[in-house]
Design a protein around this ligand. Structure first.
Ligand SMILES: Cc1cc2nc3c(=O)[nH]c(=O)nc-3n(C[C@H](O)[C@H](O)[C@H](O)COP(=O)(O)OP(=O)(O)OC[C@H]3O[C@@H](n4cnc5c(N)ncnc54)[C@H](O)[C@@H]3O)c2cc1C
Length: 369
């Protein structure tokens, strides 16, 4: 087997909404496929760990129907067909992504998992080495678009390992049927927690725990104003190098149909976090005991950036200081679908912005040796 590295000017890691948007804009600016044109001067490739198109959407739970979504922003210049609101989003959205990849003949290689990205001899202007489970790529720049799905947040509570019931994370949730007739704790104050609370409370006795009192926004959410203000707050955090919080910590919770349904069913009763987990349940903040069959950790996800560790991008606060989509300490590295661009609309725009900034950066650099 030939194990010499392959070369692309830009390696995009991840083919979700963010990575596909970047790929489209690279192609639009004249970058050619590194697979068809390995000796080209401006080439790109997309490496994706999934077996099939669709990014994280293909792994979402079956009851997350199209109608439950807040709305999926269209990929660049590729109209969404009318989606059946009752179709599972894990089927409908990947089908749409697959159509996009075909339409633009994007050079996506899968399944390829990137295990690390590092500098050659710590040279701040040289190539980056992208190691994968199927060989190595050399690149002038990397656009990282690896999302959050593979990095679920698992908080630790005392006594957790003694619990005799079932513990699972949103990441592994399949359907409400698994909880019929049970007593279930749902931990978390985000959108997924609310959706799963609403679902499970149809068939089980639920207990909803959050660290902070949830903040519901009264009135209509105005994307053009509220959305802009939220993004400005997240941008301020990443530009200062501060770690970012969950989406809901910036926006608050909306009175979505599932939140209203949970309230009407009497399920939207928040309890402060329990203090301890015991074999048959949890010790409440007031010292009383609640018996449980299952604990669902709907505690969210964080950016999946483990493979970038060798680049040492994080500062002493644990954040990564950004300038737009570019990592402030290394202009060859862009993070998209990250911080302010963690939504389908944000991912789209970030793909375009990353390519625009990289095209300028690469114009100022000598061609690869
Ligand atoms: C339950 C849920 C519902 C949501 N609903 C909405 C909504 O209604 N509207 C909205 O705008 N947003 C919604 N979002 C957010 C939205 O899904 C994301 O912001 C967006 O889809 C993320 O796209 P992405 O390209 O950044 O990541 P992903 O879709 O996660 O794609 C990342 C890709 O990178 C690949 N990858 C990861 N690590 C590696 C590696 N080391 N090597 C190679 N490949 C790798 C993965 O295999 C994956 O294909 C929701 C999120 C969740 C969790």
């Amino acid at each position: 087997m030939n194990d010499s590295p392959r070369r692309a000017t830009v390696v995009v890691i991840g083919a979700g909404q963010a990575g596909l948007s970047a790929a489209y804009h690279l192609q639009h600016r004249g970058f050619t496929s590194a697979l068809d044109d390995p000796d080209g001067t401006r080439t790109f490739v997309v490496l994706d760990a999934n077996r099939a198109p669709g990014g994280a959407w293909q792994h979402r739970w079956p009851s997350l129907k199209v109608a439950t979504l807040n709305g999926i922003f269209a990929l660049p210049r590729y109209r969404q067909p009318a989606l059946d609101p009752d179709e599972e989003s894990r089927i409908a959205v990947p089908r749409y992504f697959a159509g996009f990849e075909r339409e633009y003949a994007l050079p996506v290689l899968r399944p390829i998992a990137v295990s690390s990205v590092r500098r050659v001899d710590d040279d701040p202007t040289g190539d980056l080495i992208v190691e994968t489970n199927r060989g190595r790529w050399m690149a002038r720049a990397v656009i990282n678009a690896t999302g959050t799905w593979n990095n679920p947040v698992h908080p630790h509570y005392p006594g957790q390992e003694t619990f005799l019931g079932r513990q699972l994370h949103t990441h592994d949730y399949v359907s409400l049927d698994e909880f019929a007739g049970q007593r279930v704790a749902i931990v978390g104050g985000g959108i997924s927690a609310l959706q799963q609370l609403e679902e499970i409370s149809r068939v089980a006795t639920t207990f909803w725990y959050t660290r902070r009192e949830p903040v519901f926004i009264e009135g209509h959410f105005e994307p053009e104003t509220t959305g802009r203000e939220t993004i400005a707050k997240v941008v301020a955090d990443v530009e200062a190098g501060r770690p970012t919080g969950s989406v809901v910590s910036y926006t608050g919770l909306g009175w979505t149909p599932y939140a209203v349904a949970a309230r009407e069913r009497g399920a939207l009763v928040r309890r402060p976090m329990f203090t301890r987990i015991e074999p048959h349940g949890v010790r409440e903040a007031d010292g009383s005991f609640t018996t449980l069959d299952a604990i669902l950790w709907a505690t969210g996800f964080k950016a999946d950036l483990e493979h970038l560790t060798p680049l040492q991008l994080r500062n002493e606060l644990g954040g990564i200081r950004m300038r737009g989509t570019q990592v402030a300490s290394d202009p060859r590295v862009h993070l998209i679908g990250f911080g302010p661009s963690q939504s389908t609309v944000g991912a789209n725009r970030a793909g375009r912005d990353a390519v625009s900034a990289l095209a300028k950066h690469l114009n100022g650099m000598p061609a690869a040796s």
